[in-house]
Write a new protein. Structure first.
Ligand code: AMP
Ligand code: ZN
Length: 479
């Protein structure tokens, strides 16, 4: 197995990756807070998890991965009370929307998606251990973690706690960067209608940081090899996770490698709900014709994974267009190969076959790039070199059937990482044909060619298509 290196936030360096058990690499990623649609910045963080998963698998590891769903927090309580819904009623559609987004972006499902509200027992158990180990104090019915009691506090985020006034507390789930305070483990209910659990700790609900520590324990009965999240979670969230897990289970390894993914920006600023400068996946997909949704989602996926996870990425529509062109370069090459193969009466899908010399070398270089802290830029550069070579061989007609099959197998492996290509010849779909007719009709009307416009309208009518003017423009539907 080749050497794999990841940049570990704990050491601030690239380190050789040695999982506890190569047959089961355990990965935990902080997931969505389900009170609204995820924006594409959040989705960049989730796509990074997908890239990590696909890369580990391609590099020969078996994986067991978890992403939590935060279905209880300040915002969820605020909005569910306002809408007079129970927590479950309020979060259910947002959980579904998250699952749909993941599916649309071709993100592989993980092994576990635990929910905070279903893990209360393990959170109580963790607090009990922390109490036994002397980290917990009570104030007004809530329980707090005393960070001055944990010797290693600050080792992950490199935050300095000297000078911190001990006993200053934060009650809210989110707080200002670099403001070091004791954090809440168990919150006593404060408002009317606030959801709470009656437990051996008393009435209340868990603090946000506790959920990840408890779920990791719950799912793996140990720590994990890799923990991921966006850079904004490094402090205080992940620092607090370390304090909780290592405080509750002293002497045990909690996380071996911390991987943090950078932000998606808009005009140089972090995309965020609070700034209002965000797009959801749906915002972007609504802008295209129904028949283009699949290819648009592929461009979005490609754009969000094609910059290295530790670099900031500025989102713009022109970048999305560039991503579309790149995907098309891959796909055109596959389409040409499929066409050539038809001449040999070979139909896709091609069974997995061994790669020959040249192809094997390309693939090895691609794997080397991934093994180097998921260097996707190098991976793509290698892939495009290969595409150039394949296209020129196709131009000169120098290849035999075997070379064509190996090229396709090589591209299939590339797509096991990228997840944006297809390997069957696509017929132009019925929907695409209708989209096209509708556009032609609009064009004809614009040019005052009413005879042509009427003729297309009749054609659409005979196909059972109804045209409707909506606030989003002209739409069609079947009768
Ligand atoms: P949330 O649903 O707010 O808990 O966030 C889910 C994930 O999205 C976390 O890993 C965040 O770090 C990440 N995240 C939030 N905003 C951005 C952004 N603009 N770019 C990339 N990741 C983000
Ligand atoms: Zn977390």
């Amino acid at each position: 197995m080749r050497e794999v290196r990841f940049h570990n936030s704990l050491s601030g360096k690239k380190e050789t990756f040695t999982p506890s058990d190569p047959n089961k690499v355990t990965v935990y990623s902080c997931g969505p807070t389900v009170y609204n649609f995820a924006h594409i910045g959040n989705l960049r963080a989730f796509l990074f998890v997908d890239l990590l998963r696909r890369s580990l698998k391609a590099l020969g590891y078996r994986v067991d991965m978890t992403m939590n769903i935060t279905d209880i927090d300040d915002k969820i309580i605020r909005d569910s009370i306002a809408q007079k819904l129970t927590i479950q009623e309020f979060t259910a559609p947002w959980i579904k929307a998250f699952q749909e987004d993941i599916h649309t972006l071709n993100i592989e499902p993980l092994e576990h998606y635990p929910r905070a509200t279903e893990s209360i027992e393990s959170m109580v158990e963790m607090i009990r251990r922390l109490q036994d180990n002397g980290f917990v104090y009570e104030k007004d019915g809530s329980l707090y973690y005393s960070i001055s009691k944990f010797k290693g506090y600050g080792k992950l985020s490199k935050i300095d706690i000297t000078g911190m006034k001990s006993g200053t507390r934060y009650d809210t789930d989110e707080y200002e960067k670099d403001d070091v305070r004791d954090f809440v483990l168990w919150k006593y209910p404060k408002q009317e209608g606030e959801h709470s659990w009656d437990t051996s700790l008393g009435k209340g609900r868990p603090g946000w940081h506790l959920e990840c520590s408890a779920m990791i324990r719950d799912v793996y009965h140990s720590g994990v090899d890799i923990h991921t999240g966006g850079v904004d979670l490094l402090f205080p969230h992940h620092e607090n996770e370390v304090a909780q897990s290592e405080g509750a289970y002293p002497g045990e390894s909690f996380v071996k490698y911390w991987l943090h993914s950078e932000h998606l920006l808009v005009d140089g600023e972090k995309m965020s709900k609070s700034k209002g400068n965000f797009f959801t996946l749906r915002d972007l997909l609504e802008k295209v014709k129904p028949s283009e949704i699949v290819s648009h989602a592929k461009s979005i996926r490609y754009l969000l994974i094609s910059s290295h996870y530790r670099t900031k990425l500025n989102f713009s529509i022109s970048r999305l267009e560039e991503a579309k062109t790149s995907v098309a370069r891959f796909q055109n090459c596959i389409d040409r190969l499929l066409e050539e193969l038809e001449k040999f009466q070979v139909k896709a899908p091609i069974q997995s076959i061994d790669l020959g010399g040249e192809f094997q070398n390309w693939w090895e270089e691609c794997l080397d790039s991934l093994a180097d802290d998921l260097n996707i830029s190098k991976f793509l550069a290698n892939s495009f070199d290969a595409i150039k070579r394949i296209n020129s061989a196709l131009d000169s007609g120098e290849w035999k059937k075997e070379n064509l099959q190996q090229s396709l197998e090589f591209l299939r492996r590339i797509d096991s990482i990228l997840g944006v290509l297809h390997f069957q010849k696509e017929e132009i779909s019925a929907d695409e044909h209708i989209d096209d007719l509708v556009l032609q009709r609009q064009e004809a009307r614009k040019n005052k060619d009413f005879a042509k416009a009427d003729q297309i309208r009749d054609q659409l009518q005979s196909m059972g298509i109804v045209l409707e003017d909506t606030k989003d423009g002209l739409r069609w539907r079947r009768k």
